[in-house]
Write a protein that binds this ligand. Structure first.
Ligand code: NAD
Length: 382
C-alpha cells in the first residue's frame, strides 16, 4: 500500500499534508511512503527529513500520482493532475466540495475516493481530525498579528516618563474557534477586548478569556442549531446585531470579524456607513472573506484603505504560518488515516459516521447528498 505526498501546486500554498514524524508512524504500520522532492520546503521541512523518516523521494510527479493508493493533500489538485490519479486511490484534503464541486469531477470520474476534511462531522470522536478548527486557530492568531502590525498605535497600556499610552481596543465579531483565538492573542498583547456572537453559549468562553461579551436582545430567537452552530438569522435579527456592531466599532482600534453560518454566505454585519464612522487608523480584518465577507466593503483577497480605515480580507492566513499550520494539519490527517488504515492495508468502513460524513465520492459516484445537489443545481443553471 503506497502513500504519496506531493508538493502542493496551488498558487501561494505553503503547507504540506504530512510531516516526517507522521510518516514514520505510517511506515511502522506497514505502508510504503513516497514524497515529491521539495514537498515540505515551504513549510521548513527539508527533503532529508522525509528520507530520514523512511520515505523515498522522487521528482516524477506524474509517476507519484499514478502510483498512489493513499494521497493526503492540502488542496484539490488541478484537473490535469486529478486525471493522473488511479482508480481506487483514496485522497483526503480541503477539497471545497460545496463551493467548487465541479473542480472535483476529473477525480470523481477517474474513480478516486475523495474525503473532504471540511465535511468531517464535528463530533467529539472526530475532534483530533478537525482541520477546520486547526486552521481557524492559526487564522485567528494571525489576524491579530496582521492588525497589530498595521495599527498606528501600540496594543498594551504603557506608563512611561513621557506619559501613559492607553491600551488598544479590539472588537471581535463571531466567537467561534478563530474568534476565541483572536481574543486570546489580543489579550496577550495587552489589548482591551470586546466580542459579539449570536450564540449565547459563546459568552462564557469570551469572558473566561478576560474579554467583555456584548449581548444583543434578539427577542428569544433560536440562534443555534442542534449541532451548536449559528443559524441563519432573519434580516430583523441581523439588523439588531449591525446596530450594536456599528456603535462598538466607532471606538475600536481593531475589528476582527469571523462570523460564518455553515453552508451559507457569510452574514453581512458591517455596513459601509459603519466603516465610514470608524476612526481613521482603524484596522478591520475580515476573516469571513472566503465566504463573501462580513463587511459590505470587503473585496475577498484584497487590502483597501477606505477613509483612513484599513480593510484586510485575507483568504488563506494559515499559509502565512506554514510550519505550524502543516504541523496541526498533518496531525489531523494522521488521525484520519488511523481510521482507514488497518494492518498496512486500506479498510474503509463506510458505516462509520466520520467516513460517511466526509466522503464526497466513492467508486466513481458522488455519495454526499449535499455535493450531489450542488452539482445538479450547477448543471441546471448551465
Ligand atoms: P464558524 O466558523 O461557523 O462561525 C464563527 C462564529 O460566527 C460562530 O461562533 C458563530 O456563532 C458566529 N456567527 C454566525 N453568525 C453570526 C452573526 N450573525 N453575528 C455574530 N456572530 C455570528 O464556527 P466555528 O468556529 O467553526 O465553531 C462554532 C461552534 O462550534 C463553536 O461553539 C465551537 O466551539 C463549536 N465547535 C465544536 C467542535 C467539536 O465539537 N468537534 C469543533 C469545532 C467547533
Amino acid at each position: 500500500m503506497r502513500l504519496v505526498i506531493v508538493k502542493e501546486a496551488a498558487v501561494g500554498e505553503t503547507r504540506v499534508a504530512l510531516l516526517p514524524d507522521a510518516i514514520k508512524n505510517l511506515i511502522a504500520k506497514g505502508l510504503e511512503v513516497a514524497v515529491e522532492a521539495g514537498a515540505g520546503l515551504a513549510s521548513g521541512i527539508a527533503d532529508e527529513a522525509y528520507t530520514l523518516a523512511g520515505a523515498t523521494l522522487s521528482t516524477d510527479r506524474t509517476a507519484l500520482l499514478a502510483s498512489a493508493d493513499i494521497l493526503p493533500l492540502v488542496n484539490a489538485p488541478a484537473a490535469e493532475d486529478q486525471r493522473k490519479i488511479k482508480s481506487g486511490c483514496v485522497a483526503i484534503g480541503f477539497f471545497r466540495p460545496l463551493d467548487e464541486p465541479t473542480g472535483l469531477l476529473p477525480a470523481i470520474e477517474s474513480g478516486v475516493t475523495l474525503f473532504a476534511v471540511e465535511l468531517v462531522p464535528r463530533i467529539t470522536r472526530a475532534q483530533a481530525m478537525d482541520a477546520l478548527s486547526s486552521m481557524a486557530t492559526v487564522a485567528g492568531y494571525k489576524a491579530v498579528i496582521l492588525a497589530a502590525n498595521t495599527l498606528p498605535r501600540l496594543f498594551p497600556m504603557l506608563m512611561t516618563a513621557a506619559g501613559t499610552i492607553a491600551p488598544a481596543r479590539v472588537f471581535v465579531i463571531g466567537a467561534g474557534v478563530a474568534g476565541l483565538q483572536a481574543i486570546a492573542t489580543a489579550r496577550r498583547l495587552g489589548a482591551v477586548v470586546e466580542a459579539y456572537d449570536v450564540r449565547a453559549a459563546a459568552g462564557e468562553q469570551v469572558r473566561s478569556l478576560g474579554a467583555k461579551f456584548l449581548d444583543v436582545d434578539l427577542g428569544g430567537l433560536a440562534t443555534e442549531d442542534k449541532g451548536g452552530y449559528a443559524k441563519e438569522l432573519s434580516e430583523e435579527a441581523l439588523e439588531r446585531g449591525r446596530d450594536l456592531i456599528a456603535r462598538t466599532a466607532k471606538t475600536a482600534d481593531v475589528i476582527i470579524t469571523t462570523a460564518q453560518v455553515p453552508g451559507r454566505r457569510s452574514p453581512l454585519l458591517i455596513r459601509r456607513d459603519a466603516v465610514e464612522n470608524m476612526r481613521p487608523g482603524t484596522v478591520l480584518v475580515d476573516l469571513a472573506a472566503a465566504g463573501g465577507g462580513n463587511c459590505e466593503l470587503t473585496k475577498p483577497g484584497e487590502t483597501q484603505v477606505h477613509n483612513g480605515v484599513t480593510l484586510f480580507a485575507p483568504l488563506n492566513l494559515p499559509t502565512t504560518v506554514p510550519g505550524h499550520s502543516s504541523q496541526l494539519y498533518s496531525r489531523n490527517i494522521a488521525n484520519f488515516l488511523a481510521l482507514i488504515v488497518k494492518d498496512g492495508a486500506l479498510n474503509l468502513n463506510m458505516q462509520d459516521e466520520i467516513l460517511s460524513g466526509s466522503c464526497v465520492a466513492h467508486q466513481g459516484k458522488v455519495v454526499n447528498p449535499r455535493v450531489a445537489s450542488a452539482l445538479e443545481a450547477l448543471a441546471v443553471s448551465q
